[in-house]
Design a protein around this ligand. Structure first.
Ligand code: MG
Length: 356
């Protein structure tokens, strides 16, 4: 009571210690957080050309695809096929803007290393200019886990530390899904990020809490559906090469076509199909089961048969058909099974005897 009174007299409000106000429960940049396990990757980044549908952002020749914060020529230098951060020159931003992407980046921290912690080889890859996958020399260089190489900065430490020594080319392969807002600016879906460092999974579809930041956790604010990819100048001459991006489709996948409707077929026609059919060692059986008219395929696989006519049947969940190819005394004598370029002509080998 005395403490409270003293605090009140001093104009202070006594409050109990609060739980960390983050989704993880950890406070941002907490050095007490466990360090991700070390994993030695299979090797340094190999300079593989981009796929045919990629937008090439840097191929070693020039930085025309990039600008500075004022929209003017990027202040980074190109040296030896790499673009290098010039300390004090500021971030560089792609002139083209992107939303959902697959992004490939290769980077190398300065060698020999200088300084320590956040001061050693610090840069960053920013999706939509706002969501940082941290670039840092995290090879034998301790720092807070949500700020080491491969961290979704301030939010998610990497799953493992897959860092290679400074001076070595390392790769980031990132899949980023942008946040979605409704017309009124209400968040519908947060941003998500998946990332590999040197081929090792470091972020597994993590749900971003909002734009990344130092010290301050920023909330989502509805904005443009696309933004630039940015690389950070954090005062260290980090190098980049072989940067390319594949914008990802944002719409829903194409709808499957509507199947032809099942037609009513007299039960006598259904009954006439029941039997065993074979082509060499390939045996198929038509029977009635609780699921309905059923085709049992080799190795116990089975599919419901859906009549499309008296002589043609679709399989319930596979794009294949079964057609009556020949009839003897009102019963199918041969069937044709078609699936893609696979065709089986099947001969009836057993079943109810032919009718009179
Ligand atoms: Mg950074």
């Amino acid at each position: 009571m005395r403490t409270v009174l003293l605090a009140a007299a001093a104009g202070l409000l006594a409050v109990p210690p609060a739980a960390a106000q983050t989704p993880s429960g950890w406070r941002a940049h907490d050095l007490a957080r466990p360090r991700p396990p070390l994993v030695t990757p299979g090797g340094a980044a190999v300079l593989v050309p981009p796929p045919s549908d990629a937008v090439v952002l840097f191929d070693g020749a020039g930085v025309d695809a990039w600008r500075n914060a004022d929209g003017e020529a990027a202040g980074w230098v190109v040296r030896g096929g790499a673009m290098e951060a010039v300390p004090g020159s500021g971030f560089v931003f792609t002139r083209q803007e992107f939303g959902d992407v697959q992004l490939h980046v290769e980077w190398a921290a300065p060698a020999p290393p200088r300084d320590s912690g956040q001061g050693r080889g610090n840069s960053g890859v920013f999706l939509m200019g706002s969501y940082e996958l941290q670039v840092l020399d995290s090879y034998h260089n301790d720092t807070y886990p949500d700020g080491q190489a491969g961290a979704a900065y301030g939010q998610y430490p990497p799953l493992v530390n897959a860092s290679l020594p400074p001076g070595t080319w390392q790769s980031y392969d990132i899949v980023f899904r942008r946040p979605r807002f409704d017309a009124g600016g209400v968040l519908l879906e947060p941003a998500r990020m998946t990332a590999f460092q040197n081929g090792v999974l470091i972020q597994d579809n993590v749900v971003m809490w909002g734009p990344t930041n130092w010290l301050q956790a920023n909330p989502y604010v509805a904005g443009a559906p696309r933004g630039p990819i940015a690389l950070q100048d954090h005062g260290n001459p980090v190098r980049y090469r072989n940067i390319w991006v594949r914008p990802l489709p944002e719409g829903p996948p194409p709808l499957a076509p509507t199947l032809p409707a099942a037609v009513g077929v007299p039960s006598a026609v259904i009954d006439s199909l029941i039997g065993t059919y074979a082509n060499g060692g390939t045996v198929m059986v038509i029977s009635t089961t609780p699921a309905g008219l059923t085709l049992t395929l080799p190795e116990g696989r089975w599919q419901r048969l859906i009549p499309l006519s008296r002589t043609e049947f679709a399989l319930g969940s596979t794009a294949a058909t079964l057609t009556v190819a020949a009839t003897t005394r009102g019963r199918p004598a041969r069937l044709t099974f078609r699936m893609g370029d696979t065709v089986f002509d099947l001969v009836r080998v057993a079943g109810p005897s032919a009718g009179p």
